[in-house]
Design a binder for this molecule. Sequence first.
Ligand code: SF4
Length: 333
Amino acid sequence: MENNAILEVKNVHKRFTSKNVVVKAVTDVSFSVEKGQTIGIVGESGCGKTTLGRCIVRAYEASEGEVYYRTEAGEEVDFLKIDKKKMKEIRKEIQMIFQDPYSSLDPRMTVLDIIKEPLKANYPKMSKAEMDKKAIEMAVKVGLNPSYLMRYPHAFSGGQRQRIGIARALVLNPRIIVCDEAVSALDVSIQAQVINLLKDLQKEFGLTYLFISHDLSVVEHISDRVGVMYLGKMVEYGETEQIFAHPKHPYTEALMSAVPVADPTFRQERIPLKGEIPNPANPPSGCYFHTRCRYCRQKCKEVAPEYKEIEPGHFVACHYAKELNLRGFEYTE
Ligand code: SF4
């Protein structure tokens, strides 16, 4: 592992098989995450970003690859290969926040019990009083009114329910949080509040986030680095500023042209993405993006581009990454 990395994802693949059809949901994805950073993973729905997140927290077993994690004690472990006992110990350090705050909260439990649940599962000897104390402290940290904690999730708004999900994820003092479309179901103003809360908590607890979203404007706002996925593959990865100002993959350029700007006088030409996302059970030959790429040449149809570092920290999978003059996100206030 690199010295300052907390997580290193190496050549991870995830294949699902159904009725003898193999679907490659994630193909050969590699990247590393520094402690305290936020990595945004973006792409259209069905690109494999959620599957990747679930492989990282081992909610799905990856078909191949390694996910190295540096524990709080400084030990390097391959999270995909450790035994159950070790995994239980380490899982406390890696938590997940889900997209739909309502369906991820048990409607029959009070909010206090929901926040306490991970403590019960991981610290069976902890006293009830101590669990209550920790859960209430965390509820207050995420901006929930402690006098409402005996209520049930249906009594809370979408934004408050997402705060409950955040408190539940944080109560075990994790080091990494995988946020899977964590703000996608919320109104824009509530999204901003939850993102600001996540940023404040990151500062306070030194958290590292893997932020999975289809929404590039949200990812731009929160991430230090961005990874762009297409049909299960990482096609571009780098510093957020680098990716937004100077994208090197045509798919990133097209996604960026569709980012809405809150300025009615601003006009950015939208680059249409032709056609549908191909079927991952039957991906195109050569570059997976060639059926929708406006720069496609003959070679793209025949040869898969290598995913390589074209400048320090900037990885791209495109034959013509260095010669194409792609348009970045040009908006300036
Ligand atoms: Fe487009 Fe070819 Fe680059 Fe693929 S390799 S993104 S088809 S230019």
